[in-house]
Design a protein around this ligand. Structure first.
Ligand code: AMP
Ligand code: MG
Length: 497
């Protein structure tokens, strides 16, 4: 194998104690074929696109070969799944190939998802059907293009082997990249065994990797908790403002780096309602859109619980610091959410009056079952200097504001008139914050069906390309901006694991 062009790994997680992971070589597959390499991401990571797209690269992306310098492992973690404690989960079908230091000096994990069974596989087959691989690729890359912290998709391959689920499905493997794969559940795994030494070792690793500013704090693990909480508050505010529903916010699916991970039965809302749930496995709506901030806080409380023994020598002081940090999630989240929502509406400063306008609009949207994404996009066009207003370049043809919005629009315009931004500045801000293109469920379903049923990957490639520029509307791509027709509406999403 060509050492010059294959990735240059620089692994730190394998230097942690043995009980943090299991060595695990990916299980080879019969007939791998490349679906896509994310060239832009590869370049950011300093990886050779040529190598990734070569026969050698394919063997590595399919888990048939281990690249030089790669020390493949499956990591251990626990977690609360739908509120129920599971002391031992771990990477059941994912193998961490190693870490890369990107051109910007940032460290990234490179992981294969669907690479075969591991010691943590329990009853699972270690594999992933093609559908969920494509779904994760599309949605994670769309999130990245929307500026949301997220794991990325570097490549996808088919395995040439069937995977047994309800039906036989083609198998796939996703190459996933993120700043790390350390979850709240990773801390819980050791805390659950009262392995305080391991909690400390993991915390030191996470501080060095993600929160170096905590090092100098007199209570570094309090600072670590505060840092994770701050990033999660920002992250959830981003999800909410985009109408993104994660669907499985188990503590093992929440990264301490503050990136979104584990795109299973996730979805972007079409018509707005706060109680929206898409996931077929979320019967009680635990992870409904409106619940996401409270669930994030609940998850963070478990991180705090895990860190308690190392936070302060004085137990009462530790509990107090933890409680304070957890309580602080709410104002941080609310400030971040309120701020971004008001900027979406074209305001240059946020205040109580602006927040009241946001809340009122959302109520009107819920009553009118208005499309979440297009409502904001339409307002962006309405607010401006007439750019794109009423011509073929706007979404006007797709969506008009419901009549019931008229009194609200008047109040909103009065507020805009009192602001200092020019109409053009305002429109630029709004068009950049209110995407026209999101990975709508029916579009994602459509590309999966084409790939799985007809072996046609062209629709997948086109959708990925289109979603790479979510805020640049082009009337030629109208079909990607349209809400689903009644017969296209997807009510349920499946994790398909
Ligand atoms: P997820 O729902 O993808 O977040 O997975 C939850 C847990 O189940 C994790 O520990 C996964 O590694 C494991 N898991 C999911 N699917 C499989 C599979 N097909 N084989 C083995 N383990 C799996
Ligand atoms: Mg998971």
């Amino acid at each position: 194998m060509n050492q010059l062009t294959s990735p240059r790994f620089d692994n730190s997680y394998v230097l942690l104690p043995d009980r943090f992971y299991s060595h695990q070589i990916p299980t080879p597959v019969k007939a791998p074929a490349l679906i896509r390499v994310n060239r832009l991401l590869a370049e950011q990571l300093g990886l050779s696109v040529e190598w990734l797209e070569s026969a050698e690269g394919l063997e590595v992306l399919a888990g048939n070969q281990v690249a030089p310098g790669s020390v493949p492992i499956a990591t251990a973690y626990a977690g609360h799944q739908f509120g129920g404690w599971n002391p031992r989960l771990g990477d059941g079908r994912a193998v961490l190939l190693g870490e890369l230091v990107a051109t910007d000096g940032q460290r990234y994990d490179m992981q294969l998802k669907g690479a075969g069974r591991t010691p943590y596989a329990r009853g699972g087959d270690g594999r992933s059907p093609l559908g969920p691989v494509l779904r994760e690729y599309v949605v994670s890359e769309a999130m990245a293009a929307l500026g949301v912290p997220t794991s990325r998709s570097l490549a996808a391959v088919t395995t040439g082997e069937p995977v047994v689920r309800d039906l036989l499905q083609p198998g796939g493997i996703l190459t996933r990249v993120s700043r790390s794969h350390i979850r709240i559940g990773t801390f819980q795994y050791f805390a659950g065994q009262n392995d305080t030494e391991a909690v400390r070792t993991l915390a030191d690793h996470v501080i060095a990797r993600h929160y170096p500013e905590a090092t100098d704090n007199p209570r570094p693990y309090v600072a670590l908790l505060q840092g994770v909480i701050a990033r999660q508050a920002q992250l959830i505010a981003q999800w909410q403002q985009l109408g993104f529903i994660h669907g499985v916010m188990n503590t093992d699916n929440m990264l301490v780096s503050g990136e979104t991970i584990d795109y299973g039965p996730c979805a972007f809302m079409d018509s707005y309602h706060p109680n929206t749930v898409y996931s077929s496995i979320d019967a009680n709506g635990r992870y409904a859109y409106v619940n996401q901030p409270a669930i994030a806080q609940w998850n963070l409380a478990w991180l705090a619980r895990a860190l308690l023994p190392i936070m302060d020598k004085d137990e009462d002081a530790a509990v107090q610091a933890a409680q304070q940090a957890i309580d602080d999630f709410v104002p941080q989240y609310e400030a971040a959410y309120s701020d971004i929502m008001q900027r979406k509406l074209g305001f240059c400063r946020s205040d109580a009056g602006g927040k009241a306008l946001v809340d009122e609009l959302l109520e009107l949207m819920a009553a009118a079952k208005a499309d979440y994404t297009l409502t904001f996009r339409r307002l962006a066009e309405h607010a401006g200097a007439g750019i794109g207003h009423g011509n073929g370049d706007s979404v006007t043809a797709l969506f008009e504001l419901p009549d019931s919005f008229a009194p609200w629009v008047e109040k909103w315009e009065a507020r805009l008139a009192a602001e200092t931004l020019t109409a053009e500045e305002r429109q630029r801000q709004m068009l950049a914050l209110n995407p026209a293109f999101i990975p709508r469920n029916h579009l994602v379903e459509e590309v999966i069906r084409a790939a799985v049923d007809n072996n046609d990957l062209e629709p997948f490639h086109q959708l990925v390309d289109r979603l790479g520029e979510p805020c640049r509307y082009d009337a030629a791509d109208t079909r990607y901006a349209m809400p689903p027709k009644p017969e296209q509406v997807v009510l349920r999403t499946f994790c398909g694991t």
